[in-house]
Design a protein around this ligand. Structure first.
Ligand SMILES: Nc1ncnc2c1ncn2[C@@H]1O[C@H](COP(=O)(O)OP(=O)(O)OP(=O)(O)O)[C@@H](O)[C@H]1O
Length: 275
């Protein structure tokens, strides 16, 4: 594939992440069924699909947080063996979870700096400076001493963003190359969602040299504002791929039914239980 790099040059790129025939079963049910996916440098992908179709599962597989049952995952062309904790990927992948997943007993600063405090040799004063930089980046300057319980849902999400993009500003290579967002705007009002969507684009544009991300969302504004390429996941496979404008023009029956919120169509809908 020919792609455009950050500086505009056309190159034949190696996918930063490639899934080949990845399957994952839960309770003997195939959730991912020989799914293929290629993510190229600078891609802004949005994965959509009905609830329970495996969107979070595929993010966890990409992140190396969950074992797959068959298939292969390549990171920068290198076959990943085992989970992320057992081996090191040749590039940093970071995940923003649906529930901001903060440690409630730690301050905001301790949450954001957690990985650096645990795993780096940097002096605490330097980590503090980096944490302050990350909090500024997400529009929460001075929030470091607060406890998570003092934050709104939108602020908690921004803190989890700061933690996900934590890196040493003196070392641009330490920024995550791929960020995986699992429903970062779920449960937020439209304005708070816009703030998060803008933040995703800002981080892509300005934080690392050529940021790449995968967004999972049910919110149409988030899909349209953060996805350059939309992928429709259903029955364990990607069934459709297109641009945001193609979302409105495609005659793919899965996409049409999904966007029209109709219970009639090829997507099987579990009937509501009568009470
Ligand atoms: N650890 C697990 N153990 C058993 N089943 C699981 C596990 N994780 C996910 N599943 C099942 O796999 C299916 C896909 O779940 P997943 O969370 O990936 O779907 P999703 O598309 O992200 O859904 P939603 O849009 O509702 O968040 C669901 O049926 C879920 O119950």
């Amino acid at each position: 594939m020919t792609t455009t790099t950050c500086n505009g040059a056309l190159t034949k790129a190696t996918p930063v992440i490639e899934l080949r025939g990845v399957s994952k079963f839960f309770d003997n049910k195939p959730i991912l069924d020989e799914a293929d996916l290629e993510i190229y440098p600078g891609d802004a992908l949005a994965i959509i699909g009905p609830s329970g179709t495996g969107k979070s599962t595929i993010l966890r597989a990409i992140a190396g947080l969950m074992p797959i049952d068959s298939g292969e995952i390549y990171v920068n062309g290198k076959l990943r063996k085992g989970l992320i904790e057992e081996s090191t990927d040749p590039l940093a992948i970071s995940m923003v979870f649906q529930q901001a997943a903060l440690f409630d007993s730690l301050t905001v600063a301790e949450n954001v700096g957690f990985a650096l405090y645990q795993h780096s040799q940097l002096p605490p004063q330097r980590i503090q400076e980096i944490v302050d930089y990350a909090l500024e980046l997400v529009g929460l300057p001075g929030a470091g001493p607060l406890m998570p319980s003092e934050l709104s849902g939108g602020m908690r999400k921004r803190v989890s963003f700061a933690r996900a993009v934590m890196h040493d500003p003196d070392n641009r290579n330490s920024a995550p190359s791929v960020v995986l967002y699992d429903e970062p705007t779920a449960g937020l009002d439209p304005i708070a969602s816009t703030v998060i969507e803008d933040l995703v684009r800002y981080l892509q544009r300005d934080v690392s040299a050529c940021s790449t991300y995968v967004m999972v969302s049910h919110q149409e504004s988030t899909i349209r504002r953060t996805g350059d390429r939309i992928l429709f996941l259903y029955q364990g496979k990607f069934q459709w791929s297109g641009s945001v404008s193609e979302l409105d023009t495609t005659d793919n029956p899965l996409v049409r039914q999904f966007l029209s919120a109709s219970v009639q169509g090829p997507i099987k809908v579990a009937p509501a239980r009568r009470v």
